[in-house]
Design a protein around this ligand. Sequence first.
Ligand code: LLP
Length: 409
Amino acid sequence: MFNPDTLSLFKNTETPFYFYDLQLLNQTLIACKKAADKFGFHVHYALKANFNQKILDAVFQQGFGADCVSGNEVKAAIKTGFNPEKVVFAGVGKSDREINEALDLDIFCFNAESVQELEVINILAGKKNKIARIALRINPNVDALTHKYITTGLEENKFGINQWELAACVNAFKECKYLEFMGIHFHIGSQITNLDVFKSLCIKANEIHQWFNERGFQLKILNVGGGLGVDYHHPDENPIVDFDSYFQIFDKFLERKPGQEIHFELGRALVAHCGSLISRVLYVKNGLKKNFLILDAGMTELMRPALYQAYHMIERLNGYQMSEIGSQISDLKSQASNLLSPTSNLQPPITKYDVVGPICESTDCFGKEVELPQTKRGDLIAVRTAGAYGEVMASGYNLRDRVKFLYLQ
Ligand code: LLP
């Protein structure tokens, strides 16, 4: 992933920073668009995964819509150039101000998450004499088979409208004259790698779709959310997700009527692999039981490992250096047995490290027992596949500096 030019750029850049490979991003976006277009599917990019302006610009240029979860994300999408007709606004707790702003911007659709929210949107739209387009976010009670902290489609989760409340929604649509019922929306979780989960979602969506049809509602859109996972363990072998297989599941199992639009809200699958967090080793601490690499980046820059025990591949970037080889050659000279196969020993020895950040929290750890070539102060470390839910979840805890960026155009 990192060629010598990129590495020499890294060496002269202050750390920590996010590195975004915009070439890989564009290849990923093109692959996704091509696969979706084959079936006439519409993809809205979930801004929450990464709203770095260069990323938004690239996503917009490739013709995606925008899936937003706050008023500020809606405004960022419109400012980037996304047509309001391609902007949807989801979120379990939209404030009155956010709803008003989205109404003023004439966005395509609100994904409403409760009966009370329907009533509030109706009142606010009425005051402006506008019609708000609505998709109902329904909790389908389908297990995403992913980490429990990023599962959203089970009845125990706060998201969406439960199925026993659908009758109340139907009544609300009859009474609320400033709402236009557009369709149904689901999002069952994130980092889903078992595609059978999406088949289960389709089957459940078909039942709910049918339920509405039986009550005389013809739905214009079926929105199946996002959630497609990426390979955190092999970012170089699988840098672009298999979008074809993913969309094929929906083409095969999701029943759609003529003229009906199928919408997706992908985040991670589009941006995760293009980003890495680049950091320098501040200190190496060798203990009796453990060795620690203390980096200048921590959970304030990339929170996922601390928050979800998430795995990210960690690499030492220097390659092996002449000084290391020199010292090993002198070792070899003094060890006659090693001279029989000198080349096999020209790599720095592999050592196990707990790779940690500088923050005053024990969970500030990027990886435990990570095997790396022996590492020293000043070496560069890459934490890979950090393009999704990395920079956007950064915090100012410990009054840290804001994380910086470097782009490969
Ligand atoms: N649509 C809705 C309604 C969502 O809530 C989400 C993500 C998406 C779409 C996009 O999902 P994706 O395609 O990226 O899986 N911070 C966590 C992930 C939280 C996901 C929240 N919702 C992480 O770092 O793993």
